[in-house]
Design a protein around this ligand. Sequence first.
Ligand code: HH2
Length: 287
Amino acid sequence: MTEAPRRLRLPRRELPLDQGSVIMGVVNVTPDSFSDGGRFLDGRAAVEQGLKLAAEGARILDIGGETTRPGSEPTPAAVELDRVLPVIRELKARCDAVISIDTNKAEVAAAAIQAGAEIINDITALRGDPEMAALAARTRAGLVLMHMLGTPRTMQQDPRYADVVAEVRDFLAERAAAALAAGVEREAIALDPGIGFGKTLGHNLELIRNLPVLARLGYPVLLGASRKAFIGQLTGRATPAERLWGSVGVHVLGAALGARILRVHDVAPLREALLVTDAVLAAREAS
Ligand code: HH2
């Protein structure tokens, strides 16, 4: 069996992954994100939100300047840069959290890294921009490779798989191999099943239940299920911000099933839940 990854290697430090789950707090600097669009479009509000999430226990802050909500159109790079760069610079100056840039454009990722970002979170898994793989290799940034069927504009139009778990696993293995071939270090890579990206309720549930299958690929697994539509389908919560308890539940379970990085909008409640979850998991491992 593959040994669980102990760290994510970043340009300026290592992020330990063997001392409990790591929380990645979401900071959307967008007018139209599915759950908090417009709330933090003002850079100052985004910075305050990032500082709050870091103080609550987020080791990583994921800064995004483009929504990927179902049906959305791409955002021009210049707009994305205007949104995210001032926020990254300010957060870098004012807290110690690792900054991640949520983008599929190499131009945006390069400028974000110059401003202090240490992780590229690419929802296209290097398929969106031919320059991205070389950039990741050159800068030695951490790299999140996510599975998505189609594009945000089309992904929720009747997604189909013969075997969703096998197809997502094989896709992620192939994308990790492509990153390695481009010169990205093995320990810089994390994999993500892409909950809600071209998936039905059933697909999402099957993928979460089978997180151990993805973990066996030997890379840290990131789970991002926070406030997503499938939680609304299960709980009847139509408003994303009201999906807190479902979100806490699924990320606690994700941690137990082997996810090492949890991408969420609400950090404090999950942090507390994980203190208990991680203590229980550590007890089991020691015995
Ligand atoms: N989900 C979203 C965006 N980026 N990145 C990774 N690696 N994994 C995810 O599950 C993921 C992601 C969607 O959430 P959010 O950023 O809140 O919404 P929007 O794309 O509408 O800004």
